[in-house]
Design a binder for this molecule. Sequence first.
Ligand code: C2E
Ligand code: CA
Ligand code: CA
Length: 730
Amino acid sequence: MKTPHIDSEMTELVAQLNHSHHRQKQQIADAFYDGLFLISKRLDLVLLNQKASSYINPAKSDAPVLEQLEIYTQKRNQIPFELTTWFQQLSTAENKTNLISPLVWVRSFNGHKNQLVPVLIKAYSIHSTIDKTENYMILMQDQSLQIQAEAQIKLMEASYAGQFITDSSGYITQPNYTFSAYTGLSTQTLSQMTYIEWLKKQVVLRVPFDSVMHALLTDGRWSGEVQLTPSEQMQYHAVLSLSMMTDSNRNIEHFIGVLQDITDIQEARSEIERLAYYDNLTGLANRTLLNNKVAATLENTEKSMSYSGLILLDLDGFRMINDTLGHTIGDQLLILVSQKITELSAEQDVVARLDGDEFAILVNEVSQDSVEALTHIMGLAHKIRHSIDDRYTIQHRSLHSSASIGVYIFKGLESLSLADEIIRHSNMAMHEAKNLGGNQVYQFEDKLCSAAQHRLEMLQALNHSELDDEFQLYFQPQIDSEGRTVGMETLLRWFHPALGLVPPNDFIPVAEEGRQIIKIGLWVMHKAFLQAKAWNEQYGTLRMSINISPIQFHEQSFVELVIGLVKFTQVNPNTITLELTEGVLIRNTELALQKIQHLVSLGFQISIDDFGTGYSSLSYLQKLPIHELKIDQSFIRNIPENTDDIAIVESIIQLAQTKNLAVVAEGVETQEQASFLTTLSSSLLIQGYFYSQPVPANEFESVFLKTPSEHQSLHALKKQSGHLGNQTTH
Ligand code: C2E
Ligand code: CA
Ligand code: CA
């Protein structure tokens, strides 16, 4: 079907009709896509084609044909278009052979759609030379497509996206303004270019060109991120969408391109990336990026077979600085430290801040030679340690800092395959450096793994332990110079079904870290209070010493819990000594002092355990209402040979005398030590293997506790039976 659009076609159509018979006329009309009516001079219908019949209102079939059409000047307000009046111009005006209407809207009664169609009405006089008839031809040309296209072009022009349409051979015929602006190419230049030429000239694709063409030609569309490079100075990130328009026979009619500038989005993306991979405070890489870099190094070194190192660093006592001087100063310190580390590391090393005061340096592929790599990496670690061990001036304050450093050296294939594990190993080494007192470098060793594994097992076991089933209190006597048992220290024993007997020096630090010590400590106090009450009722006054962990002591509700237990067990607090270490007083000194005062006011006595090993300043002793000092085993072990130790023990005894404090010497293993200590002070109490190892309650009771009437000197007893309590091995 044809649609005559240009005048020459129109003239030809009119000529054909002029020279044809009626039957031929119908055929010609039927061959037209547009509505075509032929009417007589008296306005009667001669013929019409299929499309024209769709404009006839079936409800008005009795009226003259022109009145059967429903035509409006506008689509919205439906003002009727007076077709008959308009048409009369053709018969009345002199020499007029054709007429063209403005755009009007005709109702189509096609099927049930019943909609208004935009048309141009054209009327022509037809003088048939064959049958000598004089008729009018009326053509109603559907303008829907044109209107749509115009609307689309308006939209395109207004769009922020660059858009173009090509002709069927791919030449860019209709670029919009934005497209010209993006590409820096005029409409004129673009019209000489196919879109493929433009792609090759200005667009950097992320996928092969062939795959774009394949998608476009088979699926009819392609879309993807591209980089647009109109000039060397100008670059855009964009999303390009191409689509192919075909007719119903799949003949290509146009290609359409839409170009959406995403430079802003791309920038936002890199900002997000910066946030995701870099530390805000120092600008160093963060943990995620370090992880990625370690993984990449592992992959590379698998081929290169060279050694790399991960140095992990944690500032000593940073929390204290942060807590006491404030975060601003803490942050400043971190920045200064990060600068020192960056200065010492090489360009290709990755320096990261993991969290808080933890930093890492990945030293990449140093050498294939292990000694060379070790020398370099350890050298760097020591340099960093030395540099950080310094005074820092921040906000007119001068403060000191140092770092504990762990080093792990690894090589692709022969070492572990996970970045996580690499970081974990240097972390263990760093913790070991901390444990050894800080401000030092420690290189990872395999034994750290089994130690860590053991700690983990303990931690899990502690979480699931049944206190009553697995834990038991042991007791070790404290004996005066007359050989009388005046008290005992309770020492905890853990019998785990799988791990066996776990010594308190192993599990207490783990339980403190995991905070299970709070529950365990409460259990210990409960049992010890009951035992103290029972023994006191039966055997007269005896002191029971109980170890209190700093973690337990610093619990907010510690004093309330103790008071609750006193009420519950009915123990007399005057018979209980709480053993605290000097470490308790380092944190929250003021609050700690208040707690101690409160406990003392309830009747408890306070003993300072491991005395002499902790705090060098004795000034705190002045403030504290304490009752007893326990001389640490390390000073007892080498007396009477070691004169330094003797001097220390003597000065502690002297100090105690001036403050009227009791003194216990613990770790006394030999007769010699016991006698020597007794000569130094007759009021000194002795605790140690010399008298007994810690033993369970029943054994303690049968060996050391006598009702006042059956009391017998231990010295006498020892003479009869040798060492006591040695039958137990705990
Ligand atoms: P500590 O409070 O200093 O306890 C003294 C430790 O020295 C005990 O070790 C004891 O068995 C041991 N000992 C006693 N006499 C001698 C001796 O003549 N020679 C030697 N070499 N050692 C001797 P134990 O029972 O293994 O406890 C170790 C540490 O575990 C304790 O040190 C204490 O800090 C902690 N601990 C034990 N029980 C508890 C508890 O119930 N709660 C808390 N928080 N800590 C506890
Ligand atoms: Ca103790
Ligand atoms: Ca002790």
